[in-house]
Ligand binder design. Structure first.
Ligand code: ADP
Ligand code: MG
Length: 239
């Protein structure tokens, strides 16, 4: 028994080291993928401004779109890898959830403004949970990102936070087209995108990442539609 305990004890630090090496690797790889994509995107805008013939402009536009798609997918794949490493070795810090929500909403302002969408926080209850702040923020950001993307321009998104039965609930409601009832069960799966995603850049990995993060924290994500219009996404964490 003793030798087994000794070898297990020595295995843990090694495992820890290899996990953090993988995470470092992803962090180092990220700019090597993101930077050239960003450069290709910027460079492609130049001919778009110069080219006059409509069919050539169309070709350049398609090229830009393809670059957008691949950089979005590459970014989400890197995020997915980062999330897998961090959930395998989950940090348990105290997170002030209401403050994290406000911070995440503020970070998204430049993007929501571009779409003329207002993100409002409403009655955020002071709430503390235990978990990995980077992952929890990533989950909230993915849900908000979706609302900004799939809602209609000139509408508002409301973020709420309350507690019931030993659980904290974050609710994100938008006024967009909402989820299609026939596909709602599939959308957490890898690379699944809804019919409403036609023409909107994405990878189908966002909600998969959120689902992984919620499970790692002993919580869950629920997709639904509001009584009136728009989507409602609920993230529930044990208190
Ligand atoms: N707020 C929302 N309103 C309507 N549909 C949504 C919303 N959020 C997500 N969806 C649907 O769920 C699908 C999966 O979302 P996600 O995994 O984040 O992938 P992506 O956004 O890259 O398509 C989207 O393609 C879209 O059809
Ligand atoms: Mg998404």
């Amino acid at each position: 028994m003793a030798p087994l305990v000794t070898s297990l004890n020595s295995l843990m630090p090694r495992l820890q080291k290899s996990l953090s090496r993988s995470e470092d690797f992803t962090a180092e790889a990220a700019p090597r993928v993101r930077t050239p994509m960003a450069i290709a995107r910027t460079q492609a805008e130049v001919p778009l401004r110069r080219v006059e013939k409509e069919e050539n402009r169309q070709a350049v536009r398609e090229m830009i779109r393809a670059v957008d798609e691949s950089s979005r997918t590459a970014g989400q794949l890197l995020d997915h890898a980062m999330v897998s490493f961090r959930t395998d070795d989950l940090a348990r810090e105290t997170i002030q959830l209401d403050e994290l929500i406000v911070d995440t909403v503020n970070r998204l302002h430049p993007i929501s403004e571009l779409r003329d969408v207002e993100i409002k926080t409403h009655k955020l209850m002071r709430t503390k949970i235990q978990g990995d702040p980077i992952l929890v923020q990533n989950a909230i950001q993915n849900v908000l990102d979706n609302s900004v993307k799939y809602t209609c321009a000139d509408t508002k998104i409301t973020v709420m936070l309350d507690q019931s039965d030993g659980t904290a609930h974050i609710r994100v409601q938008d006024e967009g087209r909402g989820f299609d009832d026939t596909e709602i069960d599939q959308l957490l799966l890898r690379f699944e995108r809804g019919k409403n995603a036609n023409g909107i850049v994405g990878s189908g990995l966002g909600l998969t990442i959120v689902d992984d993060i919620m499970r790692a924290h002993g919580g869950h994500i629920i997709l639904s539609n509001n009584a009136g219009e728009g989507a409602c996404v609920t993230l529930s964490f044990p208190l």
